[in-house]
Design a protein around this ligand. Structure first.
Ligand code: ACO
Length: 332
């Protein structure tokens, strides 16, 4: 629960950066032993976007960042900090946020990455909320971006059908009104479950070598069933926590922006939280799982469609590798 002495933070503008190229389930049928029917039924995904050759993570992030700045009425040179959630950086060093800073023309403000996989943008939201709340920063850009198509095994039907590339971003500023803005953020990690979702190669455990490439250690390895169970359980529990701490009930929530991982995960979270699926914003059919980008993209589309109004109570929730998960409650 937030300390009452800190300033409240609000989301002033949201944007997205999505590659043009679309890969449909029918395209995938030609690549691996799968079917549109299987993918649709098990995941809800119909198509996803993939980055063009030469397009990199910071390109998509910069596009989303510029759009978020425009929406917020903040010039990139007025930003005070950039926080970027990703597990598919431009390179291991330096931070992708440093490249974004250059691409959007921000000043020499702090710019750093957060590694919380699909929960990366929500972790960024929590960090930015803390930075603004203490009064040290006024305009913080929070980006979630993922270029997973470069770290997938395109011959493994278990994983390659699930993900898409994209970026989403938001500019956070102090809220003038006590009742409006980020009410609470709950962030958790359970490292005992780390083994269920990894890119094992390229770090200190398995430094890059011919062997790591031959053994495909540089691509996503996932135990889908375990991740499924943890996602439903933990996203629901963290959501219940923020609702309870802020004195709200499931029926008070206007719209849920849950990480668009899988339609069946969204159905599970709906059942467990007692918030009807009709109150979930869903766009997974067009994007697949874009990891840390999925919530800001959903928020950006909902705003563009006029589906978020002042005074709405929004519940945001995500889980990803780590496993790390978070829920946030926002009064728009
Ligand atoms: N096309 C056709 N068949 C497939 C495919 C595919 N793309 N993928 C797997 N199968 C087959 C399997 O080989 C298996 O066949 P078998 O019975 O002959 O061995 C069968 O389908 C069932 O496989 P399961 O893995 O048991 O299928 P399940 O119903 O668990 O669905 C899925 C798999 C969709 C991955 C599910 O476990 C899931 O959604 N997990 C969550 C994973 C996730 O969302 N990860 C994203 C990152 S983390 C996050 O964002 C939360």
């Amino acid at each position: 629960m937030r300390n009452d002495n800190v300033m409240r933070t609000k989301i002033a503008g949201v944007g997205k950066g999505v590659p043009e190229k679309v890969l449909t389930n029918l395209d995938l049928e030609k690549m691996v032993d799968t079917s549109d029917e299987w993918i649709t039924e098990r995941t809800g995904i119909k198509e996803r976007h993939v980055a063009a050759e030469g397009q990199v993570t910071s390109d998509m992030a910069a596009e989303a960042a510029r759009e978020a700045c425009r929406a917020a009425g903040v010039k990139p040179e007025e930003l005070d900090c950039i926080v970027l959630g990703t597990v598919t950086p431009d390179m291991p060093m330096p931070a992708t946020a440093a490249f974004v800073q250059q691409k959007i023309g921000a000043r020499s403000i702090p710019a750093f990455d957060i590694s919380a996989a699909c929960a990366g943008w929500l972790f960024g939201l929590g960090v930015a909320d803390g930075l603004i709340g203490r009064g040290n920063f006024k305009r913080v850009l929070v980006i979630g971006v993922e270029l997973l198509s470069r770290v997938l095994d395109w011959s493994d039907r278990n994983t390659c059908v699930l993900f898409g590339d994209a970026a989403g971003a938001a500019v956070l500023v102090p809220s003038e009104s006590e009742g409006q803005g980020i009410l609470d953020v709950e962030m958790r990690t359970d490292g005992a479950q780390a083994v269920h979702l990894e890119i094992p190669g390229g770090g200190s455990v398995h430094p890059a070598s011919h062997k790591t490439v031959d053994e495909k250690l540089h691509i996503v390895h996932m135990n889908g069933r375990q991740i499924f169970t943890h996602a439903v359980r933990n996203m629901s529990a963290a959501s219940a926590t923020v609702l309870e701490r802020c004195g709200y009930k499931p029926e008070d929530v206007t719209t849920v922006f849950a990480h668009q991982a899988n339609m069946r995960i969204l159905e599970g979270v709906s059942q467990r939280t007692g918030i009807g699926l009709e109150r979930f914003f869903i766009n997974i059919q067009r994007y697949g799982n874009t990891s840390s980008a999925s919530i800001p993209i959903a928020l950006s589309e909902a705003l563009a469609e006029g589906k978020v109004k002042q005074g709405d109570l929004l519940l945001l929730t995500a889980l990803g590798a780590g496993v790390s998960w978070a829920s946030a409650l926002v009064r728009w």
